[in-house]
Ligand binder design. Structure first.
Ligand SMILES: Cc1cc2nc3c(=O)[nH]c(=O)nc-3n(C[C@H](O)[C@H](O)[C@H](O)COP(=O)(O)OP(=O)(O)OC[C@H]3O[C@@H](n4cnc5c(N)ncnc54)[C@H](O)[C@@H]3O)c2cc1C
Length: 451
C-alpha cells in the first residue's frame, strides 16, 4: 500500500492539506511551481500567498465565515492558526500581516519533518500515489490540459460569470410573485418555479440609469487580454449600455409573466431562480456583473421586492479555473472515478481564502485516512464545512458556480427563528455541537500525531 501523498499546489488549500495529512503520519511531497513559474496574480514564492485582500473575513459567530473559522480551529487548521498569530487590529474581522502570514505558513510547512517541498510545476497527474490537486483558480496551462483529459472539456470552466444570490426570507413576497414564464415548468402547487420582481416604466428607467452610472471593478490585464472572457455571457451593465430597452428585451423580459395580482404584464421583470436544494437561496437570473459589491447592493435593492435583500454572494466575472464538482466529486473531495485522487480549494468551487483552506483541510484528513485504510468522511451538513462540501457536490451541475460559506447553505432550524441574529447564533451553536459528535464518531482530532 502507498504511504506517500502528493499535494499539487502550495496555496491556501494545498498548504493546509499537506499539513493535515502530515500531522496524521503521512509522508507528503508538496509541489509548488512558484517562484520558478509565476501565476498572473502571485508576486512571491511563498506558500499561501494572499493574492488580493489581507482579510480572512469575520470572526463573529453570527457570521458564516466566523462559524467556519471556529470549526477549522477545532480541527487544528494551520491556515487559521497562522492567521491568528499574524492578526492585525481589524475590529471583528481576521485581517493579517500579508507577508508575515505567508512567511509563517511557509516556515511551518517547510519545517514539518514529514513534508518535502518541491519547487516544480506538475504537468501530469501521478498515477501511482494518492494525490490532492489544489492548484487554484490560476492552475498552470499544462496541468489544465491534463485535467481536461481526466474530466472532459465540458466539466472544466475558466471564468466565473456569477449572478448575485439572496436569501429567500429577505425577498418581499408582497411585491414579488411566483410564476414560470407562460405557466410552463411550474412545480405543483407552488404557483411557479421562479420568483418575479415586477418593474413599471419609471422603476425600470431609474434602475437602468443607476446601473449604467454605477462603479465597476478594475479588471486584471490577464483577463482583458483573453478573448474567452465575455464568451456568451455579457455582464448586465454591458448589455444595458446597448440601448434603453435592451434589458427589457433581454434578461428582464416580461413576456409570459403577467402579475397575478394586477392581471397586467409589467414593463420588465427580474426573475430569481432557486439556488439550493433547501430552497433558502435564490439567484438573480442573468445578473452576472462587474459592479463593485457596494454598488450591487445599492442598485439591485432598487428592484421592487429586493429593497431589503440580503446578499450571500455578489455577482462576479473573473478568471477562475474550476471543475464541475457536482458531476465529479464525492463530498469527501474524492474524484468519483478515482478514489485516491482528491481535489481541494478554489478549483472545486469553494470560493475565498477560508473556504479554499477548509477544502484543503478535509482533503488532507481524508487522504491520510485513505493511506491508513480508514474511510474518508465528510462533516454533517449542519456544520458550515459540511454544508459547503455538500453544496459543491450536490448543486445543479448545469448551473454550477463557486460558492462562499453562508448561512443559506445550512438546513433550517424548526421552528423558524424570526430574529436573524438569533437564528444565525442558533445555527452556529448547532454547528459546533454537531461537529463535536462527528469528531467523537470519527476520531479525527485524536488521530493526529503531530510533527
Ligand atoms: C486575482 C484574484 C483575487 C482574489 N482575491 C480574493 C480575496 O481578496 N479574498 C478572497 O477570499 N479570495 C480571493 N480570491 C479567490 C481565492 O480565494 C484565492 O484565489 C485563494 O488563494 C484560493 O486558494 P487555493 O489554494 O485554491 O489556490 P491558490 O492560493 O491560488 O494556490 C494554488 C497554488 O498552486 C500553484 N500551482 C498552480 N498550478 C500548478 C502546477 N501545475 N504545479 C505546481 N503548482 C501549481 C500556484 O502557484 C499556487 O501557489 C481571489 C482570486 C483571484 C484569482
Amino acid at each position: 500500500m502507498a504511504t506517500e501523498l502528493i499535494v499539487i499546489g502550495g496555496g491556501l488549500a494545498g498548504a493546509e492539506a499537506a499539513w493535515q495529512a502530515a500531522q496524521r503520519d503521512a509522508q507528503v511531497i508538496l509541489y509548488e511551481m512558484r517562484p520558478h513559474r509565476a501565476t498572473p496574480a502571485h508576486v512571491t514564492g511563498r506558500l499561501a500567498e494572499l493574492v488580493c485582500s489581507n482579510s480572512l473575513g469575520s470572526n463573529l459567530m453570527d457570521r458564516a465565515l466566523g462559524v467556519l473559522k471556529a470549526e477549522m480551529r477545532r480541527l487544528g487548521s494551520l491556515i487559521i492558526a497562522c492567521a491568528d498569530e499574524t492578526a492585525l487590529p481589524a475590529g471583528s474581522a481576521l485581517a493579517v500581516g500579508r507577508e508575515e502570514f505567508s512567511r509563517l505558513v511557509t516556515e511551518r510547512v517547510g519545517q514539518h519533518p514529514r513534508i518535502e517541498i518541491r519547487r516544480e510545476e506538475v504537468t501530469r497527474l501521478p498515477a501511482d500515489s494518492p494525490v490532492i490537486v489544489a492548484t487554484g483558480p490560476l492552475t498552470s496551462d499544462a496541468l489544465v490540459e491534463e485535467i481536461v483529459h481526466l474530466c472532459g472539456q465540458r466539466h472544466l470552466y475558466f471564468y466565473d460569470a456569477m449572478s448575485p444570490i439572496v436569501t429567500l426570507d429577505s425577498i418581499n413576497l408582497d411585491k414579488a410573485y411566483r410564476a414560470s414564464r407562460y405557466g410552463r415548468d411550474a412545480s405543483q402547487d407552488s404557483g411557479g418555479d421562479y420568483i418575479n420582481c415586477p418593474l413599471n416604466n419609471q422603476e425600470y428607467e431609474r434602475f437602468v440609469n443607476d446601473l449604467l452610472a454605477a462603479e465597476t471593478i478594475q479588471r486584471h490585464r490577464f483577463e482583458t487580454e483573453d478573448e474567452r472572457f465575455f464568451e456568451g455571457c455579457l455582464p448586465l451593465e454591458v448589455l444595458a449600455a446597448r440601448g434603453p430597452e435592451a434589458l427589457a428585451y433581454g434578461p428582464l423580459s416580461p413576456m409570459g409573466l403577467r402579475d397575478p395580482r394586477t392581471g397586467t404584464r409589467p414593463h420588465a421583470v427580474v426573475q430569481l431562480r432557486q439556488d439550493n436544494l433547501a430552497g433558502t437561496l435564490y439567484n438573480l437570473v442573468g445578473f452576472q456583473t462587474s459592479l463593485t459589491w457596494p454598488e450591487q447592493k445599492r442598485v439591485f435593492r432598487l428592484i421592487p421586492g429586493l429593497e431589503e435583500a440580503e446578499f450571500v454572494r455578489y455577482g462576479q466575472m473573473h478568471r477562475n479555473t474550476f471543475i464541475n464538482s457536482p458531476m465529479l466529486l464525492h463530498p469527501t473531495l474524492q474524484f468519483r472515478e478515482r478514489p485516491e485522487l482528491f481535489f481541494a480549494g478554489q478549483i472545486t468551487g469553494t470560493e475565498g481564502y477560508v473556504g479554499s483552506a477548509a477544502g484543503g483541510l478535509m482533503a488532507g484528513i481524508n487522504a491520510a485516512r485513505l493511506l491508513q485504510g480508514a474511510e474518508p468522511v465528510s462533516p454533517p451538513r449542519t456544520t458550515m464545512l459540511g454544508a459547503l462540501l455538500h453544496y459543491i457536490t450536490h448543486a445543479e451541475p448545469k448551473e454550477f458556480q463557486p460558492m462562499k460559506a453562508n448561512f443559506g447553505l445550512l438546513p433550517e432550524i424548526e421552528p423558524f427563528i424570526r430574529s436573524k441574529r438569533d437564528r444565525y447564533r442558533a445555527y452556529a451553536q448547532r454547528a459546533l455541537t454537531d461537529l463535536e459528535s462527528f469528531l467523537a464518531a470519527t476520531g479525527i482530532v485524536e488521530e493526529q500525531v503531530g510533527p
